[in-house]
Design a protein around this ligand. Structure first.
Ligand code: ZN
Length: 249
């Protein structure tokens, strides 16, 4: 289990995790030239996020900003992303959420542009979204706190919200959990799209199947396994740097 699977007070570690998760998701095309990852600063109404214009493929821990819930930079030098309200308002509304992703994932957007099609939990790892996958109706970029609050209201108690013609907000208890959930969310979207492309009717997990799966699920173990796999893979490929020390427990 990585030390960060729970909450850690080590801001340097959290900054390195933001960079690692961002760079890994960029390699998977879940992030591209825009979109971002944020993490709550433990015990404060503040979060850590990248500078708005830094490349998602090259983030560096020493450039990560700390931003308070009024949107003011309180540590670091530079401007946060213009859509930082997405992260602030999700964390303000949801004390259980410590890590957030805003992505313009192609498949997530596609599911907001089809009449009569709802994204559903299809694959066994999609039990995370059993409560629902709401779609926020406003396709605008989120520039103002009220827009962020409206999106957080759409998110409600769920773990993801699609944003019509725009992207998604995905939330989790830690950055390793956010990475794992992001991978599985994309897998699930691909699976449903494959079914639709085959001309078939999607057959999502039933409530009974979801309960059976959850009885056997060990989320902390799975998150740690996914973290180990993706960090090691990124170390080999160069997306994560060795001196970030992200495998240490
Ligand atoms: Zn956006």
């Amino acid at each position: 289990m990585p030390a960060s699977a729970g909450l850690t007070n080590d801001k340097a570690r959290l900054a390195a995790e933001v960079c690692a998760v961002t760079r890994i998701l960029e390699e998977m095309n879940i992030l591209q030239y825009s979109g971002h990852v944020a993490v709550r600063v433990p015990g404060q109404d503040a979060l850590m996020v990248q500078r708005r214009s830094d490349s998602r493929a090259e983030l560096s821990p020493d450039r990560i900003l700390t931003v308070d819930f009024d949107g003011k930079v309180i540590d670091g030098d530079g401007k946060p992303p213009s859509e930082t309200s997405i992260h602030i308002e999700a964390m303000r509304a949801r004390p259980d959420v410590n890590a957030t992703l805003h992505s313009h994932m192609d498949l997530a957007i596609a599911f907001t542009m089809m009449e009569g099609v709802q994204m559903l939990p299809m694959r066994a790892r999609a039990t995370r979204w059993k409560s629902g996958i709401p779609t926020h109706p406003d396709p605008s970029h989120i520039k103002h706190p009220q827009q962020g609050r409206d999106l957080a209201a759409t998110l409600g108690p769920h773990h993801v919200a699609l944003m019509r013609a725009h992207g998604l907000l995905l939330v989790a208890e830690s950055l390793p959990a956010l990475l794992s959930d992001s991978v599985h969310f994309q897998e699930n979207a691909q699976a449903q799209m494959q079914v639709l492309n085959a001309g078939a009717t999607p057959k999502p997990l039933s409530d009974a199947e979801i309960e059976t799966i959850l009885k056997l699920e060990d989320r902390p173990h799975h998150v740690a396994k996914m973290w180990n796999y993706y960090i090691r893979k990124a170390l080999v490929g160069g997306a994560v740097e060795k001196d970030w020390d992200l495998l240490a427990v």
